[in-house]
Design a binder for this molecule. Structure first.
Ligand code: HEM
Length: 503
């Protein structure tokens, strides 16, 4: 006998809705097993190394920036009358405002540094080649958007330097052929940098640019997932050691000399405890100076060992040390403040030799796969854990940076008084130096020449995977692209340090 028929309109809740699921699985009716399988794709073992999974770091820093940025907008006021005062209140009045602002500022800078490092790793491992060319283009778009995010954020402070930086940027935009005038007028909201400009920069900084970055990043990560990350043929370390070529031996010898020079110079400085270590205008006391020198010596020793062991992390550490040491030396020499120039010179030579040898031996940095290492590991939880560890380390680093170098505040913007020296943020030093040394040419002003040159370099960057394909066809197996990369990077470094050195 059939039981009573269920009333289809009965308010009685159904117990099982989706493939027998109950509780929260019924509330969110997803196929969880498929989702777990999707996130659990095997990852090639080389991604255990930070150099290869560097892309996650700017993504993490972006998340920090968005979080701290939202909190900052609770207090920031985007009007010429209030902007500077509201930043002042955040920095000196609101509890932990200095911390929030410091983390926002430092994570922006670190994001750009790690983005450049990610790009260098993609470049030198040639991960941009077919079929990933389009993802390189998305990457360049992300770089451009991130730099613009940094520029617009800096302009919001409304201090003398940031205001005049925005004015220079508008003038540069104006010099773009054909569309420059329209673009500059749109950016400024009229013929002059004024209140409307600030509103536009604000809208760009808190709305349009973050949204655009998230959208392009979505595409970038989707393509990484679709293609999978590039897999490499790793040479076995012992196979390489067996060859024992003369070039490698000379390289290792040079590295050893360079290491000795740098470590000795840093150690002597640590022992002597030169009073008042001065880092771009921030002077430390004698004890802090000694600690800084000691950390420098240890870092250089670690870098040297890492380079000798052909770890890419060593190359990165050396690159960072090279920028800092050469920048500091140059600045001190120029200002006549280099009290122990020989020490600095020894360090600079050491770091430079280390850097050059490291770059020449670039191929060997990809070597390093352990013979007994499994070819893949799980994304979740293994890779997620690695990223979490890196993230935690970054939070510590950011906090230390904020404590040592808090975000300061210059003079309030005065549209009627041009400052003696205009300086953009460090990541535009290259462009700024290019602008300063460009000559007027073929009826064009120096400004127009520098804008054209920048445009050409940007186009080359976007089109690099295709240019590389042509170079490879013309000179197969000659590594021309690597040498172009080394020259390009050193050019960027040189101009950046040069601009940092001069007023
Ligand atoms: C906000 C900026 C960026 C983020 C968050 C990001 C994130 C990532 C992540 C997570 C990966 C997976 C592998 C890895 O971690 O290295 C990746 C791969 C890749 N990225 Fe980026 N990226 C950014 C910018 C760039 C830039 C500026 C470029 C180059 C111009 C670039 C080009 C590539 C390419 C070609 C790959 C594939 C690498 C491979 O197959 O080994 N990305 N990116």
């Amino acid at each position: 006998m059939a039981g009573p028929e269920a009333d289809p309109l009965s308010p009685e809740p159904t117990k099982r809705t989706h493939s027998g699921a109950t509780g929260w699985e019924a509330v969110i009716p997803l196929d969880w097993n498929r989702l777990v399988a999707l996130t659990n794709e095997p990852v090639p073992s080389h991604l255990k190394r930070w150099w290869f999974c560097l892309g996650g770091t700017p993504a993490y820093l972006l998340l920090i920036q968005i979080t701290t940025g939202i909190l900052l907008t609770f207090y920031y006021q985007p009007s010429p009358e209030q902007a500077y005062e509201s930043v002042q209140r955040i920095t000196y009045g609101i509890p932990f405002g200095w911390y929030l602002r410091g983390i926002h500022k430092w994570s922006a800078n670190l994001m750009i540094v790690t983005l450049m490092l990610h790009m260098l790793r993609v470049f030198f491992t040639r991960a941009y080649r077919h079929p990933r060319r389009i993802n390189w283009v998305f990457g360049v778009a992300l770089l451009g958007l991130t730099l613009t995010l940094g520029f617009t954020g800096y302009s919001l402070i409304y201090e003398q330097l940031s205001f005049w930086g925005a004015t220079v940027a508008a003038n540069l935009t104006e010099a773009v052929p054909l569309v420059g005038h329209a673009m500059a007028t749109f950016l400024r909201g009229g013929p002059e940098v004024d209140a409307t400009t600030l509103t536009r920069l604000y809208v760009l900084h808190v709305g349009i640019l973050p949204a655009a970055i998230i959208a392009v990043l979505g595409l970038h990560i989707t393509f990484v997932r679709l293609h999978g990350v590039t897999e490499y043929e790793f040479e076995r370390p012992d196979a390489d050691a067996r060859t024992g070529r003369a070039g490698t031996k000379i390289g290792v010898g040079l590295i050893a000399v360079a290491c000795l020079l740098t470590v000795a110079a840093a150690a002597i400085a640590a022992l002597r405890g030169r009073p008042g270590f001065d880092f771009i205008g921030y002077v430390f006391g004698p004890t802090a100076s000694r600690v800084i020198w000691a950390i420098g010596a240890v870092a250089m020793a670690v870098a040297a060992v890492a380079v000798l062991r052909r770890r890419l992390a060593g190359l990165l550490l050396v690159l960072t040390a090279a920028v800092l040491a050469l920048g500091k030396l140059g600045r001190d020499l120029l200002l006549g403040e280099a009290r122990v120039p020989a020490l600095w010179a020894a360090m600079a030579v050491g770091v430079l030799v280390l850097l050059i040898v490291a770059l020449v031996l670039h191929r060997r940095f990809i070597v390093g796969e352990k013979a007994d290492e499994p070819a893949t590991f799980n994304f979740f939880p293994d890779h997620a854990m690695t990223e979490l560890l890196i993230g935690t380390g970054l939070l510590f680093l950011l906090t230390i940076l904020v404590l040592l170098f808090p975000a300061g505040l210059g003079e309030k913007a005065n549209p009627n008084m041009t400052p003696d020296h205009i300086k953009p943020e460090w990541y535009f030093f290259f462009q700024f130096r290019l602008l300063k040394i460009s000559p007027g040419l073929a009826g064009m002003t120096a400004l127009q020449v520098s804008v054209l040159l920048t445009g050409a370099l940007m186009a080359a960057l976007v089109l690099w995977p295709w240019i590389d394909a042509v170079l490879e066809r013309v000179a197969p197996g000659k590594d021309v692209s690597v040498y172009v990369g080394i020259v390009g990077f050193l050019w960027f470094l040189l101009f950046t340090v040069w601009e940092a050195m001069v007023e």
